[in-house]
Design a protein around this ligand. Structure first.
Ligand SMILES: Cc1cc2nc3c(=O)[nH]c(=O)nc-3n(C[C@H](O)[C@H](O)[C@H](O)COP(=O)(O)OP(=O)(O)OC[C@H]3O[C@@H](n4cnc5c(N)ncnc54)[C@H](O)[C@@H]3O)c2cc1C
Length: 483
């Protein structure tokens, strides 16, 4: 691996002159005809030149903007000199999932948003695309960094939830010599990476390839095992697990409290995405794949999930797929990049309108959506101007399917039943922010169940934090049984 460059080795003025180019994507009309990832192939020369645009800022704002503190400039330095394996190792040093984060992090809000080129109104260094590319290339040539196994400690940890937070923690704990069992309600590991995020952002094959390593590391996975129904967290402690990590996400879809929300053709976002994207053999028994949709689709909501749903509807054959949002584009949460892609693929947006009800036919299937126009009033608790209904502005639009993407809530039904576990008023698990330990000694929490709906990179960071704290707890003789 090349040493870190000193400032004399980097001619910043020359680098700033290198022509910029966005990572090539397949054309929108091709993308919308399939469920594959959007990228067109790039080669080593393209990647080296793109990496060379990094001016190796001494203050490294991109590193500061990365929740994992990835050493981006040093990895790009390796890449521009053609050492793909070294670059990949540097990304792996701080991230358990660089190939995944490189694809689906909202880089425009994180590392790339902090890149110096942004201040000059120029295209930033395509950090995400390069991170994913070097990780893939290194894996293809068989170079996935693995830590040497530690001496077995004989201590046992139960990880509840096999999403990015749980997987990251489990892998780290097993590397620290502990025995790890991981329980998940779905038939396969991956959490929302597999059962939520669409294939056109992250291919399910790539997730499967990534989670295959869980077994190779000796982690015992118990799929289709929902803790709390039958086996409880206290049962796990009574069966000898010295520590428990709760990494169950925030997977309960927020309901739409209007008449007609239970009609046929009205879908909650996650079941809709799961049925549309998950390989059929990984669906729970009795869940049927969704291969087509009606011609007129309404998506209610404005965040990233709404973008995933509208783009999925277009791929399932919708002729007219419209996102209905109660504020304006300026207040829309989520990643502007995904919004731009949705527009390119044919999605329509209707701002300042909120549903009042859904009307169905004699068979109980939705056929129209009743809405009211809104205007923006005073700011609410989130700081955004709150929408207020305009009098006498009700209207109706015909629909064939409606998808509800109104946000997610933690599973209070599960956490509320764990004795002695403190929660926040909105149902998130309350933890010590330095360790992830809950109000129950030996029980930790990480990821969306602590943060509320967040990002994969945050879940990974939480998984690392919780694993380190659990290791310390166990190394000092702690046990969840001593309560
Ligand atoms: C549609 C959608 C698109 C998204 N797109 C992006 C994106 O592009 N980029 C990004 O960074 N983030 C994205 N996110 C957010 C990201 O997926 C989450 O922040 C991340 O997956 C959280 O990880 P986690 O491990 O905390 O939880 P999850 O990934 O939700 O995993 C939790 C796991 O716990 C299991 N579980 C729950 N309850 C139990 C129980 N009682 N017993 C056993 N198992 C249980 C679940 O089955 C699940 O597998 C998206 C989210 C959604 C919904």
């Amino acid at each position: 691996m090349l040493p870190r460059p000193n400032s004399k080795a980097v001619d910043r003025r020359e680098r700033l002159k290198i022509p910029e180019s966005e990572p090539p994507r397949r054309p929108p009309e091709e993308r919308v005809a399939d469920f594959a990832e959007p990228w067109a192939p790039i080669g080593l020369e393209w990647a080296k030149l793109a990496a060379r645009r990094c001016i190796q800022c001494p203050s490294a704002p991109c590193v500061k903007a990365c929740p994992l503190g990835n050493d981006i400039p040093y990895a790009l330095w390796q890449l521009e000199h053609g050492d793909v394996v070294a670059a990949s190792r540097l990304f792996h040093a701080t991230s358990s999932m660089p190939g995944i984060c490189g694809r689906i992090c909202p880089q425009t809000e994180l590392c790339e948003g902090a890149c110096v080129y942004i201040k000059q109104d120029r295209v930033p260094v395509p950090i995400g695309r390069l991170e994913a590319w070097v990780t893939d290339r290194a894996a293809e040539i068989g170079s996935i960094p693995r830590s040497p196994p530690s001496r077995p400690t004989g201590r046992q940890v139960a990880v509840v939830g096999a999403g990015p937070a749980g997987i990251t923690a489990a892998e780290r704990l097993v590397g620290q010599g502990h025995e790890v069992s991981m329980f998940d309600a779905w038939p396969a590991a991956g959490g929302l990476l597999l059962y939520g995020i669409p294939g056109f952002k992250l291919s399910p094959d790539r997730v499967r390839e990534r989670v295959r390593r869980i077994g190779e590391l000796g982690i015992r996975l118990f799929p289709e095992t929902r803790i709390g129904t039958g086996l409880t967290v206290d049962d796990l402690v009574d069966r000898g697990f010295d520590a428990v990590l709760l990494a169950i996400g925030a997977g309960i879809g927020r309901p739409l409290a209007v008449e007609g929300a239970g009609l046929g053709g009205v879908h909650q976002a996650t079941p809709f995405l799961v049925r549309s994207h998950t390989p059929p053999e990984l669906l729970p028994e009795g869940t049927t794949p969704l291969t087509e949709i009606g011609a007129r689709v309404a998506v209610i909501g404005g965040g990233d999930t709404a973008m995933d749903c509208v783009r999925t509807a277009l791929r399932l054959g919708a002729q007219e797929a419209t996102v209905w949002y109660r504020r304006t584009e300026a207040e829309m949460p989520g990643n502007p990049r995904d919004r731009k892609l949705a527009v390119m693929e044919g999605a329509r947006f209707e701002w300042l309108a909120t549903p009042l009800g859904l009307e169905g036919d004699a068979r109980g299937r939705v056929h129209s959506l009743r809405l009211v126009r809104m205007e923006l009033g005073d700011p609410d608790a989130s700081g955004r101007r709150s929408p207020v209904a305009l009098p006498d502005s009700e209207f109706e639009v015909p629909v064939d399917d409606v998808i509800l993407a109104l946000g997610y809530l933690p599973d209070e039904g599960f956490v509320g039943r764990i004795a002695g576990l403190d929660t926040e008023p909105d149902g998130r698990i309350r933890v010590d922010p330095a360790t992830g330990e809950t109000s129950r000694p030996g029980i930790y929490a990480a990821g969306d169940d602590v943060l509320g709906p967040a990002l994969v990179v945050d879940a990974v960071a939480h998984g690392i934090r919780a694993a380190n704290a659990i290791h310390e707890f166990l190394s000092s003789g702690g046990s969840a049984a001593n309560r």
